[in-house]
Design a protein around this ligand. Structure first.
Ligand code: SF4
Ligand code: SF4
Length: 662
């Protein structure tokens, strides 16, 4: 064993391997992606033996592949972010009915905030909806122990089990003891029994009975589990009458907040009440017996949990069931935070109020910086090829054409930011293509454009394309192919051909898929070459019927930066078009120097801005200018003495020139 400083997700990968996991699969999604990556890395390094690992096309494909392996008796690990479980919900619901042979753990990472997700959905709710047991760790160390327990539970009851860490648990790092080598458990092999594995209605009826039978048994196991610990803390009164229950990372926050309160109480000599503190680490099926014991004799209980009021609901149910008289406070009573993340400070204030403690306000725990930290609005990276794609499509549409632009999930959602303003909607993975079709039905006079990334195209875009062709929706699909799943950390996908088991499969061609699905007009261009990119977009947009343009250029994270561009001050007309149309963070306008500023440390020499500048004032060392540059304009404003005083403002320029096309 070795003590290593690991991120929660890395530690969870080790824990699953130590539990003998044989097959791991998932789809990238923050905050879960590092688990699969760590398994692949350990396998590559030769320390994880006999394990198979893959990035699947999407979460549904991953879980179904794992279901096959689990029916052979293999221990399996599924990983996804919380919204990924929506995609895998179909196989999950049925898999629970037919059951599993090999331990099947679904690591589904929740994202309170949300920090990088579309929703604040709570996987604990999903677990109870699907009738699948769930573990909810308060720390990454506890998470590792839970993973081992989850595999045992899964095999004991033949049920899939959800393990649900949240962002702070997934991404916080700590020292963890990990095995130097791991070996996957050898599966027993598939035993053919159609009466068990074929989900006909009769099997479902039987399966539902099996689920209903095992859940109370699991709840009883959970009541005796070390993951639902509680203790009583003596205060200045006699016997605890109040209690605190917390789940997930909120339990760690509550412990820290209580330690701070105790310190203050000691320092000030304030009277503090006796209380009980409990963690509910297995919220479904609810460990009723353990919680009932905890609640015995209490008058009031406060609940800390992120996302939904899952524990609070269960407590209220229990209160009614036991005809108990304790009052429950939490999200439903407006006592605790109802959305977003909890914090130690917020929980400390809420506990103080709950305790009725009038402590002096603790000094704010802030970190002082000598210089203020500059704001960093979310923006496409300097040199990101998506910038050129959005610019080209908007130019191709021109001013006269009304359009709706449906975005999708990926870095390119950032196309909604000014000055691109190229994303009007974004819903879920693959929805851009299908939503565009709805717009086309209701507002056929508007051009409906759908942007989709390459990974998203394979994950959930293809069925939408088939729908457009089948139902003759007049939309233009813009595939932003940057050869990776960029937003989640550059994972491969079927279009790249790279696999986690090493080596390459033949990359699947997006163009051939589109063509096979019946899209008749497909154009292609490098989005960093504006003229060609605009031409490609125009051709596809002008086509009557489903059409597509594929913009191919790798993500800047995959390529070596080229030399930065140069600014030729005396050629510049001061129009600011380069700054105001594409919004590259490496390009700015200086009011002091009345000229553009190129951040040469940030510029990756993509060359897009050289195509935007009509005056040849930006030049790229690695690219030949194709368009003739306009001569420097004479309309610069001059001072009385004839010396150059400043560039005209865009408004002045528009007046001089009678309007601008951007
Ligand atoms: S587009 Fe060209 S001319 Fe206009 S401000 Fe930028 S560098 Fe100067
Ligand atoms: S070449 Fe221009 S658009 Fe590309 S990264 Fe540099 S400044 Fe930005």
């Amino acid at each position: 064993m070795t003590k290593s400083f690991l991120m929660g997700n890395q530690a969870f990968a080790h824990a699953a391997l130590e539990a003998g996991v044989r097959v791991c699969a998932g789809y990238p999604g923050t905050p879960s992606s590092e688990v699969i990556e760590t398994v692949a890395k350990l396998r590559d390094a030769g320390s994880a033996h006999d394990v198979y690992v893959e990035w699947s096309t999407n979460e549904k494909a991953a879980l179904e592949m794992l279901a096959g392996a689990a029916l052979c008796g293999a221990r399996t690990l599924f990983t996804a972010k919380q919204v990924g479980l929506n995609v895998a919900s179909d196989p999950l619901m049925s898999l629970n009915y037919i059951g599993v042979e090999g331990g099947t753990v679904l690591l589904v990472a929740d994202d309170p905030g949300p920090i990088s997700s579309q929703t604040e959905q709570d996987t604990r709710r999903f677990a109870s909806f699907a009738k699948v047991p769930v573990f909810d760790p308060a720390t990454s160390e506890q998470g590792c122990a839970m993973i081992a327990a989850a595999y045992d539970l899964s095999e004991k009851y033949h049920t899939p089990v959800i393990f649900r860490p949240s962002t702070r648990i997934c991404h916080a790092s700590t020292f963890v003891e990990v095995a130097d080598e791991t070996h996957a458990r050898k599966p027993e092999g598939f035993e053919n029994d159609p009466s068990k594995w074929v989900i006909f209605p009769g099997r479902s009826y039987r399966g539902h009975g099996e689920i209903n039978e095992r859940l109370p048994k699991i709840a009883a196991d959970f009541s005796a589990s070390p993951f639902n610990p509680w203790r009583e803390v003596a205060g200045t009164d006699e016997g605890a009458k109040i209690g605190i229950i917390a789940g997930g990372v909120s339990y760690s926050y509550a412990e820290e907040a209580l330690a701070q309160i105790e310190e203050q109480v000691e320092a000030t000599g304030a009277l503090s009440p006796s209380y009980r503190l409990m963690q509910v680490g297995t919220p479904y099926p609810f460990p009723e017996a353990a919680v009932a014991k905890f609640a015995e004799g209490l008058d009031r209980i406060i609940v800390f949990e992120e996302l939904d009021h899952v524990i609070e609901d269960e407590l209220l149910k229990l209160c009614g069931k036991l005809h108990a008289g304790f009052e429950v406070q939490g999200k439903l009573t407006g006592t605790t935070t109802t959305r977003g993340e909890n914090t130690v400070d917020a929980i400390r204030m809420q506990i103080q109020e709950f305790f009725g403690l009038d402590l002096p306000v603790a000094a704010e725990r802030t970190v002082e910086f000598s210089d203020p930290i500059p704001e960093r609005p979310a923006v496409l990276c300097a040199g990101c090829p998506h910038r050129g794609a959005f610019y080209a499509v908007k130019k191709a549409l021109g001013r006269r054409r009304e359009a709706v632009m449906c975005g999708d999930i990926g870095c390119y959602t950032l196309g909604n930011a000014a000055p691109l303003n190229a994303v009007d909607t974004c819903l879920d993975m693959g929805a851009g293509i299908t939503m565009a079709q709805g717009f086309n039905v209701i507002e056929p006079d508007k051009k409906a454009i759908a942007f989709v990334g390459d990974s998203t195209f394979f994950a959930s875009g293809m069925t939408g394309v088939a729908n457009a062709v089948y139902n003759k929706h007049d939309i233009t699909i813009v595939v932003l192919d940057n050869a990776t799943t960029a937003m989640t950390g550059s994972q491969p996908h079927p279009g790249t051909g790279a696999t986690l088991m090493g080596g390459f499969s033949a990359p699947i061609s997006i163009q051939e898929v589109l063509s096979a699905l019946g899209v008749k007009k497909i154009t292609k261009a490098n989005p960093l070459f504006a003229d060609k990119a605009i031409e490609a977009a125009r051709e596809a947009i002008d086509y009557d019927g489903p059409s597509a343009v594929i913009y191919e250029s790798p993500c800047t994270k995959l390529t070596k930066a080229k030399p930065p561009v140069y600014f030729i001050a005396n050629a510049c007309a001061g129009c600011r078009k380069c700054v105001t149309t594409i919004g590259c963070p490496a390009l700015g306008w200086s009011e002091v120097g009345h000229s553009i500023v190129i951040n040469r440390a940030m510029c990756v020499g993509c060359g897009l801005c050289t195509d935007i500048c009509e005056y040849g004032a930006i030049t790229c060392p690695t690219r030949k200018r194709v368009r003739p540059a306009l001569p420097p304009r004479s309309q610069r404003l001059h001072a009385e003495d004839g010396s150059l005083s400043r560039f005209p403002t865009p408004q002045e320029l528009a007046e001089i020139e009678g309007g601008s096309d951007d």
